[in-house]
Write a protein that binds this ligand. Structure first.
Ligand code: CP3
Length: 341
């Protein structure tokens, strides 16, 4: 059997070495080699072309040799595959021109075609695995609330007025949408597992917009349902990134996740002391640290790693993703500081 990577060992809380490191949005516009591919192809075409998706997944690994790769794709490919046309607009982000706001809008969906429409993702996983060597590959999906937010809003404005109104005015309909997203997500992740991913991450990027009560109903409930629905014969680790909500977790039964990815507002060390027994932790450097000078990056990373030294289930990451204007050389310092710890 292949020797387990640092990343998988840390997910299993059995890592005695330095912590592994990867970064959310590590494949993206801050990399000149990404921008060169992107000049010739739009983002959606890149996701849908398995060779290009594999190539872009590998770019940060070639440059920095992170301890895990994350598949190049998007959380919004699910509603797109269900039948909601998706486009990305410069300076606006993802846009659904036919948002789902009432039961009639659901007629655009063909639930039984979604997985077939997503077959390019599973091909991209196979191609990526062929070139990745021993580096583990993370597959992913969005959590239903975050995906539904884009879908019902049309595009995400700061206030989330459409989805927040729906929570109060028509929670049954919102749940009907989320139930379909949830079932499709389970099938999508199961196919990613079959295609060979080594771990799964579920992104709940907008959990911070939910009240405590609604978080249980619209976020926690669905994330649990997804994890329980996985057909995961080799028990690959499941990571949950639920931005802005981890203060809630110690008060509730922790999710069935193997790893919680914390954002930068969480006290990592306190969380490690309180919940590390039941779950591994990932995160949570302030993404803005990458804007700081290499000297400061090195100092901050080393200081934090000293504090986290005794935890066998710790994975270094940012509290959220890299941004397009970040300096690739600073990313290098961040990764290399961890790797030489
Ligand atoms: O490197 C990686 O992390 C893997 C690939 C990945 C992308 N998106 C690539 C991408 C992953 C895991 C995602 C997840 C994703 N997509 C999330 C959850 C994580 C998060 O960051 O909160 C969300 C909310 C989305 C939806 C989405 N897709 C947004 C908000 C955007 C940015 C829009 C913009 O213009 O800033 C995207 C586009 C996107 N997804 C890009 C990339 C590399 C940029 C596309 C481009 O080249 O123009």
């Amino acid at each position: 059997m292949q020797k387990k990577s640092l990343f998988i060992k840390a997910c299993e809380k059995k890592n005695d070495d330095r912590p592994p490191v990867w970064i959310m949005r590590q494949a993206g516009r801050y990399l000149p080699e990404y921008r060169r591919v992107r000049e010739k192809h739009d983002f959606i075409s890149m996701c849908q072309n398995p060779e290009l998706a594999a190539e872009v997944t590998l770019q940060p690994i070639r440059r920095y040799a992170m301890d895990a790769a994350i598949l190049f794709s998007d959380i919004l490919v699910i509603p797109q595959a269900l039948g909601s046309p998706l486009r990305f607009e410069e300076n606006k982000g993802p846009v659904f021109d036919k948002p789902i706001r009432n039961p009639k809008d659901l007629e655009q969906w063909k639930e039984n075609e979604a997985i077939e429409n997503l077959s390019y993702v599973y091909k991209a996983i196979k191609y990526t695995k062929e070139s990745l060597g021993d580096t583990p590959l993370i597959g992913f999906s969005g959590a239903p609330f975050t995906v539904a937010a884009y879908l019902v809003e049309g595009y995400v404005q700061k206030r989330f007025q459409v989805i927040k109104s729906m929570i109060f005015e028509n929670p049954t309909f919102l749940k009907q949408i989320m139930d379909v997203l949830c079932e499709t997500t389970i099938a999508h992740l199961n196919n990613q597992i079959k295609a060979g991913v080594d771990a799964i991450q579920i992104f709940e990027s907008w959990a911070n917009h939910l009240s405590c009560e609604d978080w249980k109903t619209f976020s926690y409930y669905y994330i649990e349902k997804i994890i329980k629905g996985l057909d995961n014969p080799e028990n690959i680790p499941v990571i949950v990134f639920s931005k802005g909500s981890h203060f809630l977790l110690p008060h509730l039964k922790p999710t069935s996740a193997d790893v919680l990815s914390l954002d930068e507002t969480c006290p990592m060390l306190d969380m490690a002391k309180t919940i590390h027994k039941s779950v591994a932790l990932q995160g949570n450097f302030d993404p803005a640290l990458i804007y700081a000078s290499p000297k400061i990056i090195e100092k901050k990373v080393n200081e934090h790693l000293v504090k986290m030294k005794n935890f066998k289930g710790y994975i270094v990451n940012l509290g959220h993703g890299l941004l397009p204007d970040m300096d690739p050389e600073h990313v290098k310092v961040f990764v290399e500081t961890v790797k030489s710890f």
